[in-house]
Design a protein around this ligand. Sequence first.
Ligand code: MN
Length: 377
Amino acid sequence: MAVTAKMWANSADSHWLEPEDLWRSTLPPALAERMPRSVKDPDGQYETVFIDGLEIRRKLPNPKRTAFMEASNRPKGAHDVAQRLLDNDEEGIWAELVFPSLGMWNSSFRDPALLRAAMKVSNEYAMAEIQGKSPRLQCTAQVSLLDVDDGVAEMRRAAAMGFKAVFMTTKPHPQQRDYNYNDVWEPFWAAAEELGLVLAFHIGTDPFDFTNDEIGIQFRGPGGAILNYTETTYSGQRVATKLVACGALDRHPDLKVLIAEGGSSWIPSLGDRMNEAYRQHAMMVKPTLSRPPKEILYGQVYTSFQHDETATGTMIQFGYDKICWGSDYPHMEGTWGHTQKTLHELFDDVPDAVRRRITRDAYAELFPSVPAPPLSD
Ligand code: MN
């Protein structure tokens, strides 16, 4: 392909930003006031985060260092679907799996009834205002991960509405047992498989540590920025390991999982480690699996990356092909403003079959109803 030609790609990792009045305009006031919101002190030094009756005071970073987070630095399409589609045309992004943003707080609610109401409102908004606006946009439904019965009921409603994927946090709520406890989660996995819903885990969505005065900051001192960013990656690897080890994916071979934004090249090495554990510690392994762990990872766990140089080589060298690309639009870790440059750097020098698989076909395997991208210009 000519270096200057537009290369189209599907994105398995994009986001919508919830409108500020989403909760106030839809929920009864008694519920709306408990939804996540932040109020900054007039001097800009501290903010108070309110969420489901919790009040967290946290110091704000120096505004000079966080100017990139201001709304004026975001692409306009973050809040406007028509503009989003124009941005995507410009960038060469065809279909998108669109995750929420405030949904990052989902694992921090304590009241099942509040969470149930919030998920319903979010799903109705996402379907009407985003997915319903273009066949190129697929939204992740949001369901309760605090109460499994609630989660299954909302999954059924969401599937009937037309959702094809469910947004999953990398750990459930702290009050709930972890995903490897089959006695709790089995009905959830069974329902997702039956309904054909992709379980879309986004990295960095472990519940927040409210004992920490700066939410999301785990490491301080030298290297902190890289440590904190890299740390979010492990949450995706952990949840994939759990779902294979506990047998959930083995018992539900049609269940597909996506680990979004966390890269792809870790799958082969993690598979090797899990096979070693399964083989060398066989006398302690429960439950036994019908297939080696690596085969289950390769078969049912899809991944997405934005810039990783190792992703294409992972497919070529190690045969793992459940690899999707993702723009992470409109987040700063993403490729907005340089998508074409990135796609050409990644794919110009690899075989066409590898480019097609990663930029189009792996995504189409997850979401067969999405129209195919145009052939590249
Ligand atoms: Mn993302």
